[in-house]
Design a protein around this ligand. Structure first.
Ligand code: NDP
Ligand code: 2IT
Length: 448
């Protein structure tokens, strides 16, 4: 509920301007609601028009992406880049390739990224991009031709000091490689314009693992400080089986958890003996196959079509790592009923507002995406640092910095929640802590 008159006005205007963009409005509403406790103390936000500016992207580009498929047919996709906020650094955020991508999805992701990047403590603004291109079933050459066409427009908007894209759904090492090659060719310049690069051309060790590992480091610290507990002996359910899910699974297992289920967009596998990660990496990584193949090749594992059923599996810890709004009110209630006490988000905005209410009403330890999945972009920030220094740090060095950053994010969110009179509410804490730094920078820089 928005009760503050200024916040209500900002939201109403945003709703009017972005009618029908449900994901974007959902993300804005959550942040504005979290800012309620700040409003009385900070009349300067209203006089500086700060929140009106915060919810309006600095720049939004949409472009045609024509490419030729293997049969010689011309295909046309739609490309996007939103440069949401550059108050604290160059725009930074991933590129998503998925048929569900539209302006609303890109804007919600760019808006969230602004606060997430602020929470990392590194100097990065918020941005996001992508296309409704579906990489599934495409040949490597089709992926390359798409990426080259996409970059042929995107290159004029980005740069190492302007906007630094990276991966997200459907964009991993292969795609970043093709994008980087085309940028270098068009600009005749070798710079750290993308992160998530291969190790042979400027990538950082541990970037591949960073989001999933960071999610577990955050969860581990939250468990330790708020519950005097750990992953040891816990049953864990992880949705998705892509980059974030794979390395969340690996770290959760290393920390003593038992991961019993994972999913893809077709269905989920339940493996009571604990996920065999080597097989999962082979099926979903190397072979780019469907997750059902895992159950075919793993004795005792069961495949069920449809993805939301994964939340009916009893667990102590749920780590949603697939996509937005994948846990609704019903799934959240089921999780709680079956004994789940921890939900930490690897995906961006995987819980609907109604699901979050269920967590808060049932004393679930809820780690919101902006805080819990910030390890990926934080390590992208470390990749940018290494590129600027023209040095590469060891895996151990990057991993140690990542652990430190995730612990700091947890403590900053926890402290901010306390200071706002909402102790234990990490959603409010993350939104407020992320916001304060951006707001301070925006106030200092005048009306821009
Ligand atoms: P990947 O493309 O590597 O994997 C995505 C996974 O989620 C796949 O298993 C995919 O299934 C599943 N999935 C995608 N869309 C849907 C959908 N609409 N319904 C059900 N399942 C779906 O992406 P990432 O692992 O990189 O990203 C996962 C989430 O984590 C996203 O929300 C992303 O924004 C977020 N994130 C990623 C970061 C990163 O560094 N990569 C950093 C921070 C957050 P299938 O195989 O069938 O396509
Ligand atoms: O949502 C995210 O934080 C990402 N997809 C990672 C962005 C990045 O720039 O590494």
């Amino acid at each position: 509920m928005l009760t503050n008159e200024y916040l209500q006005r900002v939201y109403a205007q945003c709703e009017k301007r972005n009618g029908g963009e449900s994901e974007f409005l959902q993300a804005v509403r959550e942040v504005l609601e979290s800012l309620e406790p700040l409003m009385e103390k900070h009349p300067e936000y209203e006089s500086a028009g700060l929140l009106e500016r915060l919810v309006e992207p600095e720049r939004f580009v949409q472009f045609r992406v024509p490419w030729v498929d293997d049969s010689g047919k011309i295909q046309v996709n739609r490309g996007y880049r939103v440069q949401f906020n550059s108050a604290i650094g160059p725009y930074k955020g991933g590129l998503r390739l998925h048929p569900s991508v539209n302006a609303s999805v890109i804007k919600f992701l760019g808006f969230e990224q602004t606060f997430k990047n602020s929470l990392t403590g590194l100097p990065m603004g918020g941005g996001k991009g992508g296309s409704d291109f579906d990489p599934k079933g495409k040949s490597d050459m089709e992926i390359m031709r798409f990426c080259q066409s996409f970059m042929t427009e995107l290159y004029r908007h980005i740069g190492q000091f302007t906007d630094v894209p990276a991966g997200d759904i459907g964009v991993g090492a292969r795609e970043v490689g093709y994008l980087f090659g085309q940028y270098k060719r068009l600009r005749n310049e070798y710079s750290g314009v993308l992160t998530g690069k291969g190790l042979s051309y400027g990538g950082s060790l541990a970037r591949t693992e960073a989001t999933g590992y960071g999610l577990c480091y955050f969860t581990q610290e939250a468990l330790r400080c708020m519950r005097d507990d750990s992953f040891e002996g816990k049953t864990v359910v992880i949705s998705g089986s892509g980059n974030v899910a794979q390395f969340a699974c690996q770290k959760a297992q290393q920390l003593g958890g038992k991961v019993v289920a994972m999913s893809d967009s077709s269905g989920y596998v339940y493996d009571p003996a604990g996920i065999d990660l080597e097989l999962m990496l082979d099926v979903k990584g190397a072979r780019r196959a469907r997750i059902s193949v895992y159950a075919e090749e793993r004795p005792g594992a069961v495949y069920t079509p449809g993805c939301s059923g994964i939340w009916s599996i009893p667990c102590d810890i749920a780590l949603p790592c697939a996509t937005q709004n994948e846990i609704n009110e019903e799934s959240a209630k089921l999780l709680v009923k079956n004994g789940c006490t921890v939900v930490c988000e690897g995906a961006n905005m995987p819980s609907t507002p109604e699901a979050i209410e269920v967590y808060l009403a049932n004393n679930v330890l809820y780690g919101p995406a902006k805080a819990a999945n910030a390890g990926g972009v934080a390590t992208s920030g470390l990749e940018m640092s290494q590129n600027s220094l023209r040095l590469s740090w060891t895996f151990e060095e990057v991993d140690a910095r990542l652990q430190e950053i995730m612990k700091n994010i947890f403590h900053n969110a926890e402290n901010a929640a306390k200071e706002c009179g909402k102790p234990g509410n990490l959603m409010v804490g993350a939104n407020v802590a992320g916001f304060l730094k951006v707001a301070d920078a925006m106030l200092s820089q005048g009306v821009v």
